[in-house]
Design a protein around this ligand. Structure first.
Ligand SMILES: *Cc1c(COP(=O)(O)O)cnc(C)c1O
Length: 396
């Protein structure tokens, strides 16, 4: 006998444990005809679609259904689905790279899966077994592995997404959901050009706030940034440097984590990034940059192009615009960069703040020695040219 009881969502359904996500139930329907591969140099970020996608549905009665890998194509959804109204939508951004023997590899994918679980929980989406999801993602990548471009700096971008699909207008948690994963081949993200990206420091509109959702990868965090971004573009800046609070703390640059390198009196370097206080997205690239800076300083690795004798003193602490201005006035600023999966490391060329433009030292390839060393080290680890703590994982 099935007993009905209210769930955490306030909805009522039979008291049968919902079926868990199970990768072994996957159904694979391959496309009859494969698309021609795009020429790598024509790739624009996130525009090319591969042959297949992964999709799996959850409803409160059946739980997670059989996952399906099928030809890439549109979704059909009830127009009342909660994803269109209240945005219980979460996503991840990861990449597949080719290893030394042509094998597909992922970079620290468990961190993406754990972050996806936290994001889904933040908007009360149904839980799922992230180990099973990772198995399914690896399977999808194997199916579409011919889409991983075999050129240095290229990769296959992976976008796991979960949307709420409760088909009713009540303002309540979505008790139904759909996970889908789509893939897009990507080239090196060098839109920065020789001068690095220009940033307008903005504090009137904020990306995140204490107690808010900025520390999670939720779709609803991004749309409110589009209009300020347009204003910055009209003033000739590439992206926004998001500030927070009366003391104008630096939080993030566009959708990347921010790092600043400053000269110390003892000849070493201070590397500063804002702390994970809930307003900062806990980036994998951020965590990797911190770990590699520390590994360089302890002598475990040497970042290419950075002398082993130059210690990088890593600080996760608040950094205000006035401190950056004062470091500039003292001539101590070396370089700044944004980090994230899409770009890996993007050099900052200048920051506009209160009518003044702070221009960073110019380097040959825009990235300064620390940013460039990080970029080289991270891409070498991603493609397993260098082994580091099992960060690069084979798709098998
Ligand atoms: C995704 C994202 C980042 C970077 O995270 P990675 O895991 O390094 O890709 C940084 N900031 C924001 C706001 C993001 O959405």
């Amino acid at each position: 006998m099935a007993i009905s009881k209210p769930t955490a969502n306030g909805n009522t359904h039979a008291e049968v444990a919902p079926v868990e996500l199970d990768a072994s139930k996957v159904i694979i329907n391959l496309a009859d005809e494969l698309k021609p591969l795009a020429a790598p140099e024509t790739l624009k970020f996130g525009e090319t679609k591969t042959d297949h996608m992964l999709i799996v549905h959850y409803d409160p009665v059946h739980g997670w259904g059989a996952p399906e890998i099928k030809p890439y194509g549109p979704l059909t959804l009830d127009p009342m689905s909660s994803c269109f109204q209240y945005c219980p939508n979460v996503f991840e951004g990861m990449k597949a790279y080719l290893g030394p023997n042509g094998e597909a590899r992922l970079f620290r994918p468990m961190l993406n899966m754990e972050r996806l679980v936290r994001s889904a929980d933040r908007v009360a989406l149904p839980p799922f077994d992230h180990n099973q999801l990772l198995i399914l993602i690896k399977r999808l990548i194997q199916v579409d592995s011919r889409w991983i471009p075999g050129l240095p700096g290229y990769s296959l971008y992976i976008r796991p997404t979960i949307i709420g699909t409760r088909p009713a207008l009540g303002v309540t948690a979505s008790d139904s959901a759909c996970i889908f994963v789509v893939l897009s081949p990507a080239g090196p993200y060098f839109s920065a050009g020789a001068k690095g990206i220009s940033l307008l420091a903005v504090g009137e509109s904020v990306r995140s706030w204490p107690g808010g959702t900025g520390g999670h990868k939720l779709g609803l965090n991004y749309a409110p940034g589009f209009q300020p971004q347009r204003i910055a573009a009209k003033q000739g800046y590439d992206q926004i440097l998001w500030l927070l609070g009366d003391d104008e703390k630096v939080t993030e640059v566009g959708a990347m984590n921010f790092f600043l390198a400053a000269k110390r009196d003892d000849g070493d370097v201070d590397l500063i990034t804002p702390p994970l206080d809930g307003t900062i997205l806990p980036g994998l690239t951020r965590a990797s940059t911190i770990a590699l800076a520390q590994a360089h300083t302890t002598g475990r690795i040497t970042l290419p192009g950075v002398p082993g004798s130059t210690k990088l003193h890593m600080h996760e602490r608040p950094l205000t615009m006035s401190e950056i201005a004062s470091l500039f006035d003292q001539g101590k600023v070396l370089e700044a960069f944004g980090v994230g999966t899409a770009v890996i490391v993007a050099p900052v060329g200048r920051i506009g703040w209160k009518g003044r433009d702070f221009v960073f030292p110019v380097y040959k390839e825009a990235l300064g020695p620390i940013g460039k060393g990080m970029w080289n080290m991270i891409t070498d680890i991603q493609t397993e040219k260098v082994e580091f703590d099992g960060w690069s994982v084979v798709c098998s």
